[in-house]
Write a protein that binds this ligand. Structure first.
Ligand code: ZN
Ligand code: ZN
Ligand code: FE
Length: 310
């Protein structure tokens, strides 16, 4: 079974991909992304390939019509992006030039998939760690090309459109300005990028990475910015590992504009699930059930810790 089901209460799509339950938990020996596997033959530093367990596909079946519930075809593309040939490496350990090539490939796939008919949004993301649910440890990220705009992105697009309507300015440019003025939540800053734990963080060690220049999409970054972003990414991910003393799991999601929006501002959001070295933060009753997040550590405090970590 492969379809989109509309939640008429929250007004959002749920992707039903029943076959994905069969995804294997893979040991290194059987890694399909390691040299020796046919799928990844040849010479490469970074490589994209189709996801073998996609939840969105090119030609999904039409769902059964229903007189009450709405459903739709789960049309889209799911790709995997391999970040290195080396199974045991962490993205943070890769040379900056390797990460820069990864960004180039992400941009190329992003552009390509955005052009496809029926695609409304292309999401670049990376899941790391078993606590996040990763079943395959070879360093890789993913790209989903959706036939709809994901609700969180839609909310950001709407709030920034409202802000621009009210002030004539980019909400995110103003957030950056404010974070630079306050300084307390900045983790890292260079000429092109700024990284901070936002005033309004939902996770204790959440970090947002913004280009200082107002760009809507990752594909608008120039050469210097791409090299700079690669260096910044490596530094932030290294800080996580050294502050916590273990290889930090996280979700990392790229937020790009789409459609006709002009007031949006490309950024990357990294959310590690830990609130201290020993403790995970579990989104529970208020978070899952009501959408209310609480933090037991001030963003200013976690920013200070991350700033000091090397
Ligand atoms: Zn591998
Ligand atoms: Zn902006
Ligand atoms: Fe965002």
């Amino acid at each position: 079974m492969h379809e989109l089901r509309w939640d008429p209460v929250l007004e959002e799509w749920v992707i039903l991909a029943a076959h994905r339950g069969k995804r294997p938990l893979l040991a290194k020996k059987a890694c399909p992304f390691c040299p020796g596997s046919e799928e990844v033959a040849g010479d490469w530093v970074v490589k994209s390939l189709p996801n073998r367990f996609p939840c969105l596909v090119a030609n999904p079946p039409s769902p059964k019509k229903d007189d009450f519930y709405k459903s739709a075809r789960a049309r889209g593309v799911c790709e995997v992006i391999l970040e290195t040939k080396e199974h045991d490496k962490d993205l943070a350990d890769l040379p900056v030039e390797n990460i820069r090539q990864l960004l180039e490939l992400q941009i190329q796939r992003y552009k390509e998939l955005s052009k496809k008919k029926g695609i409304k949004y292309v999401l670049i993301f990376r899941n790391k760690g078993e606590v996040i649910g990763v079943t395959l440890h070879h360093p890789h990220g993913q790209i989903y090309a959706f036939p709809f705009v994901p609700p969180k992105i839609a909310r950001e697009l709407e709030s920034s459109a409202k802000y621009a309507g009210r002030t004539g300015k980019c909400l995110f440019c103003d957030v950056i300005k404010k974070e630079r003025r306050d300084k307390a939540r900045i983790v890292l800053e260079n000429e092109e990028f700024i990284c901070f734990v936002p005033f309004y963080a939902h996770w204790p060690y959440e970090v947002h990475i913004f280009p200082k220049r107002h760009v809507l999409k990752i594909s608008e970054l120039d050469e210097k910015e791409k090299a700079s972003l690669a260096a910044v990414l490596k530094k932030i991910l290294t800080k996580y590992n050294s502050l916590f003393g273990f290889s930090m799991p996280y979700t990392m999601v790229y937020h790009n504009a789409c459609g006709q929006y002009k007031h949006y501002h490309f950024h990357i959001e990294i959310c590690p699930p830990y609130r201290s070295r020993e403790k995970l933060k579990y989104p529970a009753g208020t978070e899952r059930g009501a959408g209310v997040w609480s933090l037991d550590k001030a963003p200013e405090e976690s920013a200070r810790e991350l700033r000091r970590a090397i």
